[in-house]
Design a protein around this ligand. Structure first.
Ligand code: GUN
Length: 288
């Protein structure tokens, strides 16, 4: 039986709807959440992402502000802006779009952010909280993947989950979130031997490696949940994920398409994080 398609677009719309209602509850208390996105330089892909983040904020009632700085902005000047934002009471979320120009040390920028406003969940404090199993801001893409997995209704306890990719932004937090839900987690990466065997054992596969169609369809355990974080340009010039979708859909129980799977979840969870940060910073109860 072919897999059920996990409709990321529809689930993201649902999350944005929940955010809109939460924003309305905050507004009834006299609070409008504010999200500030910082873009340095003119990378065209980043410009599109940032524009989409601004639009999505507006649609749910979040006050979105974009700070577009020239490519030659110094690290010192960027740090000055971050300190200003950190000292502004109306700023609830701050996101510095990556990648940054080479002359800026991204770690120094992340460290300078206020963890309470770090809606990307990249600050060491938020990563440490996640590692400790404590409440903090969780990176948007892995949080979105968890929501997609939950949409299948599968109980993760005791299941075998394989995360392919060990990045700080997706792979590592993803593994921690799955572990928190009592899955048995294996993290695979570019040096893993016999990736095929590891993947074939998995009840849940999360692919976040950035290599077009690297995970083959016949590797997938019958009935498994397949979450594809990849966004690549295939040899055929088409947008595709890290999983060979058509073949994997013959084996999986549930699978996310590319595009229309994980992609739309990231911005939805950015908005959700902004509302959570807003309420926590201002000492209000969780509006969700
Ligand atoms: N560039 C690509 N993805 C992201 C993201 O999730 N956050 C930030 N800040 N930059 C990105």
């Amino acid at each position: 039986m072919p897999a059920q398609v996990i409709d990321g677009k529809a689930i993201a719309a649902q999350v944005r709807n929940e955010v809109r209602m939460a924003v309305d509850r905050l507004k009834a208390q006299g609070v409008t959440p504010g999200l500030h996105v910082v873009l340095v330089g003119d990378d065209p892909a980043s410009a599109v992402y940032v524009r989409n983040k601004g639009k999505a904020s507006e649609e749910v009632g979040i006050a979105g502000v974009t700070h577009h700085l020239p490519a030659e902005t110094s690290e010192a000047d960027l740090l000055v802006l971050l300190r200003e934002l950190n000292a502004s009471p109306g700023v609830d979320g701050v996101l510095v779009q990556l990648p940054l120009p080479k002359h800026i040390d991204a770690n120094r920028i992340t460290d300078a952010q206020d963890a309470a406003r770090d809606v990307d969940g990249f600050h060491p404090v938020n990563l440490g909280l996640l590692l400790s199993g404590r409440d903090g801001l969780v990176a948007c893409t892995p949080a979105g993947c968890m929501r997609l997995i939950d949409s299948t209704g599968i109980d993760l306890a005791g299941k075998r989950a394989v995360v392919v990719g060990r990045s700080l932004i997706v792979g590592k937090p993803m593994a921690l979130l799955l572990m928190q839900r009592n899955a048995t987690v294996t993290v695979c990466h570019s040096r893993t031997q016999d990736l095929k065997t590891r993947v074939s054992e998995a009840d849940i596969v999360v692919a976040a490696i950035g290599k077009a169609r690297m995970i083959k369809g016949d590797w997938i355990k019958p009935g498994a949940v397949v979450i594809d974080v990849g966004m690549n340009r295939g040899d055929d010039g088409k947008l595709c994920g890290d999983v060979d979708y058509a073949a994997a859909a013959e084996h999986a129980g549930f699978i996310t398409p590319v595009p229309g799977g994980v992609g739309p979840m990231t911005i939805a969870f950015l908005l959700r994080n902004t509302v959570l940060a807003c309420a926590a910073r201002r000492g209000l109860s969780n509006p969700f």
